[in-house]
Design a protein around this ligand. Structure first.
Ligand code: SAH
Ligand code: AVI
Length: 350
């Protein structure tokens, strides 16, 4: 239970104190004010929520990388294998030697993207890679991975929240752009915001540029459940760490250990829901969010949805966002799919 009033602290800056060993994932002072409003609004919603982008402070990005290496977490290796097997076909659809620009949203460490950059170079293209991510740590991992693996590829990094209006480096004239949204991250959005997000991506593309979307597919509920309930507790640590980031961003005083990780697969909604559930009744000082949060024992805060799709749902999303579905690539175990969409001239379907 946290009871110190925010008034007893000096509110000099919303940025973490210089001595703080943690990095809050905020981009600007405007973003700080917006984050406090967003947290207040989401924490007072029914059910209470914290947006999943708050997972990704430095520690959260490192924990996510650990998750991707877990035996139980199948999506990353499944998508990696698909990308490696089909990279040259994807690059051919994206313009082959005319491909000048690979842009990735929520790029993380970008370790899977290397296969596509390689295929582009084999096709005779010399693409620039533009990585967009909210996490400075993810960008650092990308720099390390690409400097080691493909030092010849020029890399530009955009530290930004892709749910907000986004400025990207201009596409080189006359070239083709390939936009990537991988990892199944689209499944972290409800339908309306998924279409909105993909439509925003379409705005950064010209007709005939290619969009590649990775999506988790409906499969055995037990397999899905285990992927978010690993016995090592890495996903639980990732979930609780979100509260540390929220504390750093907002001056709130959540005690992560006072919550347990709860991640059921909700069959009828075809999605994992990640929750942090209060072990005891508590009242949390929300710092600069400007209020206190009362939670009953057993009351939860939802931190993420992770949807599983049927192929046609993915293709409908792609179409609704202004892309003509061009190709569908699915893993042999039917757990993961890649949809390729060509940017349409008119935005039919939006
Ligand atoms: N695409 C990578 C990483 C997936 S994890 C992969 O497939 O492994 C999700 C990534 O998206 C994280 O790196 C996180 O920092 C980033 N992210 C989440 N929400 C974001 C947002 N609103 N804006 C920008 N990046 C975001
Ligand atoms: C980034 N996103 C696609 C991951 C997922 O599986 O929904 C985040 C994650 N949450 C728990 N484990 C991984």
């Amino acid at each position: 239970m946290q009871r110190r009033s925010p008034a007893s602290r000096t509110r000099r800056s919303l940025l973490p104190r210089p001595s703080s060993p943690r990095t809050a994932t905020l981009v600007s002072l405007d973003a700080e004010a917006a984050a406090l409003r967003e947290l207040r609004e989401s924490l007072t919603r029914n059910p209470r929520e914290i947006p999943s982008k708050y997972f990704y402070d430095d520690a959260g990005s490192d924990l996510f990388e650990k998750i991707t290496e877990l035996e139980e977490y199948y999506p990353t290796r499944t998508e990696r294998a698909l990308l490696e097997a089909r990279a040259s076909a994807i690059v051919a659809s994206a313009g082959g030697s005319h491909l000048t620009d690979v842009v990735e949203l929520g790029s993380g460490s970008a370790s899977k993207t290397v296969a596509l950059l390689d295929a582009a170079m084999v096709a005779g293209a010399r693409p620039r890679y533009v990585a967009v991510d909210i996490s400075p740590r993810a960008h650092q991992l990308t720099r390390e991975i690409l400097a080691r693996a493909r030092p010849e590829v020029p890399v530009e990094q955009v530290l930004a929240d892709y749910t907000k209006p986004l400025e990207l480096p201009r596409k080189p004239a006359g070239g083709r752009r390939l936009v990537l949204f991988l990892g199944g991250t689209i499944g972290n959005e409800e339908n309306d915001s998924a279409v909105k997000l993909l439509s925003r991506m379409r705005e950064h593309m010209e007709p005939d540029d290619l969009f590649l979307l990775g999506a988790n597919l409906v499969t055995d509920p037990a397999v899905i459940h285990l992927a978010y309930n690993d016995p090592q507790g890495i996903t639980a640590a990732f979930n609780r760490n979100l509260l540390r980031n929220v504390n750093a961003v907002s001056g709130s005083r959540f005690d992560p250990q006072a919550f347990h990780h709860h991640a059921p697969y909700v069959v009828e909604k075809r999605r994992i829901e990640m929750w942090l559930v209060a072990r005891e009744e508590m009242e949390v000082d929300l710092g600069w969010i400007g209020t206190r949060l009362k939670l009953a024992r057993g009351e939860g805060i939802r931190t993420e949805i992770s949807r599983r799709f049927h192929r046609d749902e993915v293709l409908r999303l792609v179409d609704a966002a202004g892309f003509t579905p061009e190709r569908w690539i699915e893993s042999a175990d039917a757990r993961f799919g890649l949809a390729l969409g060509l940017a349409r001239g008119s935005l039919r379907g939006v």
